[in-house]
Design a protein around this ligand. Structure first.
Ligand SMILES: NC(=O)c1ccc[n+]([C@@H]2O[C@H](COP(=O)([O-])OP(=O)(O)OC[C@H]3O[C@@H](n4cnc5c(N)ncnc54)[C@H](O)[C@@H]3O)[C@@H](O)[C@H]2O)c1
Length: 329
């Protein structure tokens, strides 16, 4: 099978490629990535010389390029997106052009080529929950709070509409926050590790008690593979994780980095900051038998160690990311 993978040089797309390119020599993977600030060829260095992998430097907003690549593919896994909530608050244009218009090109290509498409989306499209609300299900309303979440919801709706109107073979996954290696150092966990290693207070928005579900990126990659191979066309699948408050994550990082657990700095809150995300993922677990393989404790410990031992990967990226507040949704 020939797969077109978009955004494979980012955090999650590269985890998917590092896992499946070596494991599936009978498949061929073409990685289409624009190499924005978040895309890094080093993330896929371990697979770049393998015969069943190739890289195309290009933009999903280039409709002709997307159509041409799709015409020689048997399926598309669509990761490419602008993903940082803080950046979307500062300026949302690229979020609309990539996450909505770019996703539209991908959906149209899947439709015309009659090939299956998996759109990698996010639990942020459901918007914020209160402390005692039940987790969101796949049929919960879309109420994304940030331009990032709203643009992702736009892409999701275009994909579902194409299935309904034209019978395009589409599945959507909506996953919780991911953690793991190779995450751009503007996101919560790499930011906290950097601050801890530099002996600085760990900065948290608001009172730091915002609550998210957390999943290891490799478990997310396996869930995407499960939905692509066994999901029902036209369906959405939530992918959950383990609930932790941001302040709990920060304390784990401090302990792992041998810093005092109260070395924290609370800063003024992000505008429109969502209080809580939590998804009900019984559908993917019961219908497709997916479950995470990596425990939160094991995965988070290994992740913190990875950032501690890979300064040469993330330090050079700080020129661009370092001046930002760099705190995750
Ligand atoms: N990170 C999370 O916790 C999380 C959770 C759930 C869902 N998601 C979704 O998973 C997907 C991947 O997220 P990530 O964290 O790996 O993102 P990322 O920001 O690390 O990587 C995004 C990748 O897309 C590429 N890209 C951006 N615009 C492009 C364009 N116009 N054309 C081609 N390539 C382009 C970038 O170069 C980069 O390689 C996104 O769709 C995101 O919404 C992320």
């Amino acid at each position: 099978m020939k797969l077109l993978v978009t955004g494979g040089c980012g955090f999650i797309g590269s985890a998917y490629l590092r896992l499946f390119v070596p494991q599936r020599p009978h498949n061929h993977y073409t990685n289409l990535d624009l190499l924005t600030y978040a895309g890094n060829p080093k993330n896929v260095a371990s697979v770049s010389a393998l015969p069943n992998y190739d890289f195309i430097h290009g933009d999903i907003r280039d409709n002709e390029l997307v159509s041409n690549l799709a015409s020689s593919a048997d399926g598309i896994i669509h990761f490419a997106a602008e993903t940082h909530v803080d950046r979307s608050i500062e300026s949302s244009s690229a979020f609309v052009t990539t996450n909505v218009v770019g996703t539209h090109h991908i959906v149209e290509a899947a439709r015309h080529c009659e090939i299956p498409l998996l759109v990698v989306s996010t639990d942020e499209v459901y918007g914020s929950l209160d402390e005692d609300d039940p987790p969101t299900s796949e049929s919960s309303p879309l109420k994304g709070s940030s331009p990032y979440a709203a643009a992702k919801a736009g892409g999701d709706l275009l994909a579902l509409a194409s299935h309904r109107t034209f019978g395009t073979q589409v599945c959507i996954t909506r996953c919780a926050n991911n953690y793991g290696p190779y995450q751009y150092p503007e996101k919560l966990i790499p930011v906290l590790v950097r601050q801890a290693l530099d002996g600085k207070p760990l900065t948290l928005y608001g009172d730091g008690r915002n609550l998210r579900d957390w999943l290891h990126v490799d478990d997310h990659a396996r869930a995407i593979d499960t939905v692509f191979s066994g999901g029902k066309s036209g369906e959405v699948y939530n992918i959950g994780g383990v609930p932790r408050r941001n302040i709990e994550i920060a304390k784990e990082v401090l302990i792992a980095c041998n810093q005092p657990p109260d070395q924290l700095a609370l800063i003024s809150d992000r505008p429109g900051h969502d209080w809580r995300y939590a998804v009900d993922d019984r559908k993917i677990r019961s219908e497709l038998n997916w479950k995470p393989l990596i425990s939160f404790e094991e995965g988070m410990g290994e992740t913190i160690q990875w950032y501690q031992s890979h300064e040469s990967w993330w330090r050079p990226l700080l020129g661009e990311a370092g001046g930002r507040r760099g705190l995750l949704n």
